[in-house]
Design a binder for this molecule. Structure first.
Ligand code: NAD
Ligand code: TDX
Length: 336
């Protein structure tokens, strides 16, 4: 149980979902936050702009660096571990950083949490469960067997298993959450939704992998942050909570919605080479989180959430412009 004014160590807090969580914590609690982030291509200090300096401090460092991690974990009441290499397409081009950050980084943090008896919450993904058929009546539950497809999801699965083992073997006070696809402000332009929005702002047609029938279960990052906070406050040690907001939409429909919201014709996009090993469908059954912890999503209208997200990218070009050309060059090289 977290005290009302605690000190949280948030790893990866300069990335998309981690920075959303830091903003959320500042707005909704009295906790202080130390962000540990190595500012890879995906991390940006600008994502923490405007936060009060007396409550949020950024430490630039690597989660796999035990010497740097140890005193930070010792000083924290709880660790919330977001830091990861997070993009499937990058993991197909070169998996090595995924092994180092997602596996060795998580191991390093767990060892420090064990040594100092620090509460630990591990942020993971629904991709550890593999994928579902389009007509599968079941969704992912905490009992679904692990079956990851990509180097990214396999390293996230490995990190989850480390957390489970450290709970059982060493009594580390940890919880795990596996969330579905997030959208919202400050998501890197390599990801599906911001890539298409910023392409359109640049006058470039959106790029749909294959036929675009793949389904993702979209949740707004604010709803993810609220769920993580609930788990920190009231989650049971050793448990896994699945986070999702019943937001299943296929990729083609997402592109069509973005196009129409940006005043373009719904068929104004290009099909490009499919992702190798492309997972067909993710879908989360969040009954445990809803019933046990009383969490409910606030963003239940995907079109309106997308509209706000489009407006954010339109209004914050300085945040994303510096990343755009390099990302598109990487995609062009990969045939996308
Ligand atoms: P992101 O790529 O936007 O951010 C990752 C952050 O981690 C960056 O700030 C980066 O600088 C930092 N980082 C990377 N390696 C590091 C290291 N070795 N040491 C310290 N910091 C490091 O990722 P995201 O989309 O915000 O995802 C955050 C977490 O949420 C990840 O664990 C991811 O697996 C999980 N997740 C993401 C989604 C999604 O839809 N994006 C869904 C479910 C779960
Ligand atoms: O240009 C594109 N065109 C396209 O059709 C891109 C970049 C993606 N896609 C497709 C691939 C996926 O089916 O869109 C879907 C979403 O792609 P991503 O944004 O790359 O996300 P995904 O691979 O589903 O993984 C995301 O959700 C789970 C996050 O990146 C992970 O970190 C998280 O664990």
């Amino acid at each position: 149980m977290l005290e009302a004014m605690s000190s949280l160590l948030v790893t990866g807090g300069a990335g998309f979902i981690g920075s959303n969580f830091v903003h959320y914590v500042v707005q909704h609690t009295d906790h202080d936050v130390v962000v540990l982030d190595s500012l890879t291509y995906a991390g940006d200090e600008a994502s923490l702009a405007g936060l009060p300096a007396d409550r949020v401090r950024l430490v630039v460092g690597d989660v796999a660096d035990a010497e740097q991690v140890d005193p930070l974990v010792a000083a924290a009441d709880a660790v919330v571990h977001y830091a990861a290499e997070s993009h499937n397409d990058n993991s197909l081009a070169d998996p090595s950083a995924f092994l180092q950050t997602n596996i060795v980084g998580t191991y390093t943090l767990l060892e420090a949490a064990r040594k100092h008896g620090t509460r630990f919450h591990h942020i993971s993904t629904d991709e550890v469960y593999g994928d579902l058929e389009l007509d599968d009546p079941e969704k992912f539950t905490p009992e679904t067997p692990y079956n990851p497809s990509s180097p990214y999801s396999s390293t996230k699965a490995g990190s989850d298993l480390l957390v489970r083992a450290w709970v059982r073997s060493f009594g580390v006070e940890a919880t795990i959450s596996n969330c579905s696809n997030n959208y919202g402000p400050r998501q890197h332009v390599e990801k599906f939704i911001p890539r298409q929005i910023t392409n359109l702002l640049d006058g470039v047609r959106p790029r749909l992998y294959g036929e675009g029938l793949n389904v993702r279960d979209w949740i707004h990052a604010d709803d993810h942050s609220a769920a993580v906070l609930r788990i920190l406050e009231a989650g049971r040690i050793g448990e896994t909570y699945l986070i999702g907001a019943d937001g299943e939409v296929n990729n083609r429909e997402v592109i069509e919605t973005i196009l129409t919201e940006m005043g373009r014709s719904a068929d104004d996009f290009d099909h490009v080479r499919d992702r190798p090993g492309h997972d067909m469908r993710y879908a989360i059954d969040a009954a445990k989180l809803r019933e046990e912890l009383g969490w409910e999503p606030q963003f239940t209208d995907f079109r309106s959430g997308l509209r706000d997200t489009i407006a954010w990218y339109r209004d914050n070009e300085s945040w994303w412009r510096g990343q755009k050309a390099e990302v598109e060059a990487k995609y062009a090289k990969a045939g996308h």
